[in-house]
Design a protein around this ligand. Sequence first.
Ligand code: GUN
Ligand code: ZN
Length: 454
Amino acid sequence: MNPSNKHSHDSNLCSYRARILHFSHATATPAQDYVYYDDGLMVTRNGKIVALDDYKTLINQYPNLAVQDYSGKLLLPGFIDSHMHFPQTEMLASYGEQLLDWLTNYTFPVENKFADSHYAATIAEIFLAQLFRHGTTSAMVYSSVHKGATHCLFSAAKRYNMLLMAGKVCMDRHCPPYLQDTPQSAQQDSADLIKTWHNHGRLKYVITPRFAPTSSEAQLAMLGELAQDNPNVFIQTHLSENHHEIAWVKSLYPQRSHYLDVYDHYGLVRPGAVFGHAIHLQEDEWQCLAQRGASIAFCPTSNLFLGSGLFDLNLAESHGIPVLLATDVGGGTSFNMLRTMGEAYKVCQLRGGQLHPLHGLYLMTQGSAVALGLDEQIGNLNPGSDADFVILDPYFDELTQLRFTPDSEAQDILFALSMLGDDRATVATYIAGTAVYTRGSQPVVNATQGAVNA
Ligand code: GUN
Ligand code: ZN
């Protein structure tokens, strides 16, 4: 067979020419250990990546290939946002409170709206449209306490064939009665949702106790049992975000040795468990996270916005704990993962350290995928992975046209976009080989007429 045209008659092939950057494997040194093609070509078939190489090398193997030409633009793996709240989409940037008052005054009243599944379905569309507009293709998401709203979120993600991880929030105390479930209903509803949605297509379920103060011991025990019965299901909750919260947990669980021990006691600390924030940990907690193989979601815009504190990325990584970057919308202030990386950089600066842009990119792509055990599907551009990717335009406005030259290095572009960028830089976002966002096209739902004010 002539190798030069072995693929030329495959009509399911698509290909993309661009500056291509990704991490092909797990690494502790992402600033050195990356794959980059200044003039690269990625070939996909039926939603999966089949080849990636230098354009000139690869094009010879696919002589009649139709090429989508993004030359000069950056092609990266789709971003993974590992901690966010879909019912909080409409309350971003709510003024003036720290965590516990913010939950009482803003969060709980808004989440009550999600008792209405019609409303939840409308917001789910807006939420996903925001992810795609910012280049995010996978996320680990808190729904509201409502089973119906959680069905709506999964149904919407399924239509885009998206790898979404999500779970119904469980809380049976210390929140308004209209938002409370019970230990039994939380376990039953979560079990039903696991049955319907976990590994349904690309979807994954996440057992989701909101945080220790809003779950009784009975509820944590029943969710621990559910986790044991479903060892491949993910777990997410909040940990050690705010000093008042930590003192409260201490008073509610005096028999536990520290905040994390509350979750550990019920078997909720394990690989695939993602703990949001983890800002004020004591040494035993760092060690416990490391021993159990659990991960931390670092949410810098939220931590700054709610005045929660400065996460110690260096200390977490020196304990060998995987760290995943996340927006925490709506405690976070942006859907944009690059901007989130920019705020992470500032947090590291205030801690006396630095965050290299390639390290930041790793935390929102391959690093997250590895921590979640999903790196054969997402987080990278390896042949065999799903074709989830984003195309970024470095020169999207007057300022970036001044800032960059044709010689600008990819890492410099990433860094500057983390400070100056926004959704105007997103040219297109692809999920499993299909464009779910294209710059200049209409949003899926017109938010100005949408349900926000309904
Ligand atoms: N702790 C418990 N619930 C929440 C929430 O919705 N957002 C944040 N940032 N922290 C929490
Ligand atoms: Zn959160």
